[in-house]
Write a protein that binds this ligand. Sequence first.
Ligand code: AGP
Length: 608
Amino acid sequence: MCGITGYIGREEAVFVLLDSLKKLEYRGYDSAGIAILHEGTVTVRKTKGQIRALEEKLKNERIRGTAGIGHTRWATHGEPSDVNSHPQTGASDRIAVVHNGIIENYLRLKEWLQAREVVFKSETDTEVIAHLIDYYYRQGQGLLKAVQNTLKRLEGSYALAIAAADYPDRIIAARKDNPLVIGLGKDENLVASDIPALLAHTREVIYMEEGELAVLYRDHVELLNSQGDHIVRSPLHVDWDAEAAEKGGYAHFMLKEIHDQAKALSDTLRPRIKAGDITFDEFDFEEFCGNARRIVITACGTAWHAAMVAKYAFEYFARIPVEVDIASEYRYRNPVAQENDLFIVISQSGETADTLAAMRLAKKGGNRVLAITNVVGSTLAREADLVLFTLAGPEIAVASTKAFTTQLMCLYLLAVKLGKLRSRIDDTEYRACIEDLRRIPSQAEKLLSTQDLIQRFASRQFNKHKVFFMGRQFDYAISLESALKLKEISYTHSEAFAAGELKHGPIALVDTHTLVVAIATQTALFDKIVSNIRETSARGASSLVISWEGERLFESVADEVFTIPKTRDCFSPLLSIIPAQLFAYYCSIQRGNNPDKPRNLAKSVTVE
Ligand code: AGP
């Protein structure tokens, strides 16, 4: 996720901004840059790579100035490169902008500006903001008005810091759907994406609210609401230490990322729903999917579990055969590629060795490949024919959480759209599905607020010798992912199986040391899962059921029931995984582990 800093005071801004940017490194980034105001000029320096590379670039020059803005970029539009790094500047190169977020209507704005002879330098969505401000400013509007008029035209999300050569005494900041915090210092003021970037200067902060704009001067800060009215807000005193601040106050990145999911789901969904329709700006959906006779999906680990959910989803909505394979299996089994196969690879990092090898094999066999990944500029993103990005922001904890649910969101969008294209669902059903997907982020938010229940349950169950997850269809796929989460970070022996397989073997392992977690969201199969739970209880196992809010059936069958907000059965994986993630997290904590860095595991498996 991009990091923003802004400073105005008495110190050399270059050093303040570089130090603040380093405090935002935990957010993940692929390039960095600064813009410094001094005597009617704005000097921009930026580079692909680490802050170290930026420091290297700056080491032989002295950029004077006590005000400026800085940025660490996590690429979303355009690969990591010097030119795509922020700050982005307007046509006159006198207005510099740093941005965190996604401008959904940037292509339309770009065309509008190009029709007015504006020439673009980068592939970023951010550049339209710089040009729009510049455009309005050159029309004779003051800087503040130019910024306000620009904001009115933006659809999507943003946190912005703006520096203009003609206004060396101020920095402007604005936010919508992305965080910004103002730091109030003595004879200096700052703005940043997060508290750690401010702590070296002040502990007095003001959180900016939705739609607000701030003008920072050296000796005071003006705060305006979205109507442009001045508002007054008392600062808060922050007493977090720097480490807690990096995790947004959460004890671990994993817990933060679990909680990030409501926003990540919304960020991934929103740009792809336009006028009640699913649209992919990234590629021509009809051209890619129109002739598909079969879908082949390959991935590793959690991403493979997303593929398992996708199999059920594509078959359900689009009635198309789907083959799912673990990438390390696919690459060595001499697979049969067929003409009109639609090939999808899924990878959070975009760097997993087996997934890359599987993709290369598919391409060699003549398939066009669509990659679903979280990392712009990754090898997978560069080599695939088409890319759909999950907009989860960087995932730092080794155990994947928000990358998984956003992968699911992309896959559901594809499945529903394909169902419509193949006339397997009618218009009414299509629109109803879109509405249900739109509700998922707020339902996830509601579900996350019940985490205390799960924490208490984990504190009673964390010592179980074995935990088995079972479910049918979509719930089977989520059982696989739940068992992986638990084993990865709590080191508990956990397995998943399709509930119908219970009698074919796994039941031999069930005893009084076993916890059985049944995921039960497929209403048509409730009776069957009830029998499965009874079979395990009869052998002394404790049981937990994860099912729908308002469903009473399981209360008399299981020892404990967690509920999730009701959506249609086929979308349940987007929600049912969340209690399982939290359960794994709290078991890990109870066992004294560090869930962010589990033993023997790496975030990205770049070797076989
Ligand atoms: C998930 O919790 C794991 N750490 C792991 O299974 C991971 O999903 C797998 O290595 C694939 O990674 P990728 O998505 O980056 O390709």
